[in-house]
Design a protein around this ligand. Structure first.
Ligand code: KIV
Length: 275
């Protein structure tokens, strides 16, 4: 008899089928408890390499390792049972060759149990995307602003605000779609370009700072909850959790110092003597 418990997760083909349909709701997630909360509301959780900034206080995502991504991916899988979980491939884990990308992706899929991986890059990654997809690795692509390229692009600036710059981003988006990506994140591009890209490909475009012309949206969860000290212009804050956490911790500190906590209700009583 099988002892496997069935969990019905959103699948890659289901996300792929959301082109020109109900918008795809995505948020980043790195942690089991938040995964449990997000799971009730989102279609897709992205274990983004933004965890380097958010969880580890890094300036860029460059130092993030495959092991860091796998640890977070496992936590998010343990905390969720509905959403499709996509894990980002960190800088250095996939660019050297198609084979390197495959071996890294295999580790991510086997060790986390997630449903797909994401990687940054357009035309230059098309052969790799094709290679992965042909071998059973679903790929979400990422074009426009690609934070892992920070050392070559110099700053995290919006892309395509001048129509003369659209060409390469259009070519990137077409290339990843033709290579077999099931969806593509479009980061920080001007609205008319996002609209054009979305109309040009048969796969869902997931915007972050790319307007509601896209087929879905993703935000970094800590940014939209008001936990991140600095956020890009495109972030809407749906909560202000920072002050609430600050107050809770200040109250705790004061009660520990005054010995008001722990109270009698938080203490284990002795067992009644036997006999
Ligand atoms: O790492 C990340 O969180 C991402 C999103 C910003 C799309 O790639």
């Amino acid at each position: 008899m099988s002892v496997v418990t069935e969990t019905k997760r959103v699948t890659v083909p289901e996300i792929r089928a959301r082109k020109n349909a109900q918008p795809v709701v995505c948020l980043t997630c790195y942690h089991a408890h938040t995964a449990r909360l997000l799971d009730l509301h989102v279609d897709l959780m992205l274990v983004g390499d933004s965890l380097g900034n958010v969880m580890h206080g890094l300036e860029t995502t460059i130092p993030v390792t495959l092991d860091m991504m796998i640890t977070a991916g496992k936590a998010v899988m343990r905390g969720s049972k509905h959403a499709l979980v996509v894990v980002d491939m960190p800088f250095g884990s996939y660019e050297a060759s198609k084979e390197q990308a495959f071996m890294s992706a295999v580790r991510v899929l086997k060790e986390t149990g997630c449903g797909a991986i994401k990687l940054e890059g357009g035309k230059r990654m098309a052969d790799t995307i094709r290679f992965l997809v042909e071998r059973g690795v679903p790929v979400m692509a990422h074009v426009g602003l690609t934070p892992q390229s920070i050392n070559t692009i110099g700053s995290f600036r919006a892309q395509g605000r001048d129509e003369a710059d659209w060409g390469p981003i259009e070519q990137d988006t077409l290339a990843v779609s033709q290579a077999g990506a099931f969806s593509v994140v479009i980061e920080a591009v001007a609205e008319p370009l996002a609209r054009k890209l979305t109309g040009a490909v048969p796969i869902p475009t997931i915007g972050i700072g790319a307007s509601n012309a896209c087929d879905g949206q993703v935000l970094v969860m800590e940014d939209m909850l008001g936990l991140s000290p600095r956020v890009p212009k495109f972030v809407k804050r749906y909560g202000e959790l920072g002050p609430g956490i600050d107050k809770a911790i200040a109250d705790y500190a004061a009660e520990v110092r005054s010995r008001a906590f722990p109270g009698p209700q938080h203490v284990y009583p002795m067992k009644a003597p036997k006999g």
